[in-house]
Design a protein around this ligand. Structure first.
Ligand code: SAH
Length: 387
């Protein structure tokens, strides 16, 4: 029960029920919710019904208090409200880019911060969700890697990002059609496969047919290549997989994605080949950040095609022009190099669109996420020291 730590302003939430402590409902699995209700005295015979009712109000209608749960008696609502909370992460800042991309900086119960990004497009709306505060991987081109503090997000904090965004977009109750959030990508801050259990629990809540009900086909988990967890990701979460490949030779990948020193390209591609459900209908996405004179030559494109064919992986490639950040050690490839790379891969039968950067003006694009207020806090500390 490590999941009960979403932001509740009044009290520190602990899994043990004390008199003044309320248990957070968001992020609990159905089983955990049933256990928590039983512990709070809800009779065994009505447990299933209560779970059903609360689940519907919380995840289908977006209720944030028990008052509105009119299918539950007033007495029961009061009892529940005394013992349970339904919270959201606190929004510190909300920004909107000139291209419509929205970014939220969120504060968690322990004061740590993460970001979520919503990217509206003509035919879809994608929410980019964080899985950790910071990241341990230190990919050289990624801003998040420069953030020192790292911890896993709880299921409550992961689901909380989806709930918060739906509040902000006015998307309750869950509409059957015309949704704004049509897709979720686990591509925000952190490495989701280093936080497997919590990401799994959170995604199962998001996919639950009686709540938010987002199809597994519309969810993509992105990994830098945590090979030992990839099969379980396919078997137990069963969402689409994206792999941050970024280089086709071990020397280069060792440098830009240091995780490669542990799991080499060969092991990574073998795991992709074996990914459950990898078939043509469900291709694996390979993300490839375009870094000038680092990984962007025509030889690299050739090697990429050769590898994907040699390992016989149903694949598509996403070419991401490098998004710079203050102090970043690389430059983006020239448009000519990007086009030549993309054309070569396309000509060899593999889709390789170039991703238009979104939300760059608010530092919301790939690899730019970092809780900016860390800097602010440092500045304040400096002032305090000086005073
Ligand atoms: N840890 C996971 C999830 C992060 S996803 C992973 O590595 O896949 C974020 C995506 O943005 C990754 O593909 C990452 O490599 C890419 N990225 C990071 N920094 C970037 C930058 N500065 N410009 C473009 N893409 C970047």
């Amino acid at each position: 029960m490590s999941s009960l730590t979403l932001n509740t302003p009044e009290t520190a939430v602990s899994p043990v029920l004390g008199l003044s402590e309320r248990v957070e409902i968001v992020g609990l699995s159905r089983e955990q919710l049933a256990d928590a209700l039983a512990e709070a005295g809800v009779p065994q015979r009505s447990l299933k019904m209560r779970v059903q009712q609360i689940w519907h109000w919380v995840y289908y209608r977006g209720a944030t208090s028990f008052d509105t749960m009119t299918t539950i008696s007033k007495d029961m609502r009061e009892q529940l409200a005394a013992r349970f909370a339904i919270s959201r992460p606190e929004i510190v800042t909300a920004q909107i880019s000139s291209d419509g991309t929205r970014k939220w900086l969120l504060k968690l119960a322990d004061g740590q911060e993460v970001e979520s990004v919503f990217i509206p497009e003509e035919d879809r709306g994608t929410l980019c969700v964080s899985s950790q505060v910071g990241c341990t991987l230190n990919c050289r081109f990624c801003h998040t890697g420069t953030q020192r503090l790292v911890r896993n997000l709880t299921p409550a904090e992961i689901v909380g990002q989806v709930m918060m965004t739906r509040d902000e977009l006015g998307e309750w109750p869950s509409p059957p059609d015309g949704r704004q959030i049509t897709n979720i990508v686990m591509m925000g801050m952190g490495e989701p496969l280093y936080n497997f259990e919590n990401v799994k629990q959170a995604l199962h809540i998001v996919m639950d047919a009686e709540g938010i009900a987002l199809s597994k086909r519309r969810i993509t988990l992105s990994t830098a290549g945590v090979v030992p967890m990839m099969a379980r990701c396919g078997e137990e979460i069963d969402v689409n997989l994206a792999v941050s490949l970024h280089a086709v030779r071990d020397e280069i990948r060792d440098e830009i994605v240091p995780l490669n020193r542990k799991y080499k390209i060969d092991e990574l591609l073998s795991a992709c080949r074996a990914y459950p459900g990898a078939k043509n209908a469900r291709r694996i996405t390979f993300e490839y950040v375009m870094l000038k004179d680092k990984n962007d030559s025509l030889d690299d494109a050739k090697e990429l095609v050769r590898l994907l064919k040699a390992y016989d992986i149903p694949a598509k490639v996403n070419l991401i022009p490098f998004n710079p950040w203050p102090g970043s050690p690389y430059e983006c490839s020239t448009p000519k190099a990007v086009k030549a790379f993309s054309d070569y891969v396309f000509e060899h039968g593999i889709s390789a669109p170039v991703r238009t950067p979104r939300g760059q003006d608010i530092m919301a694009a790939c690899g730019q996420l970092k809780s900016a207020s860390v800097k602010l806090k440092k500045a304040l500390r400096g002032e305090a020291n000086a005073a």
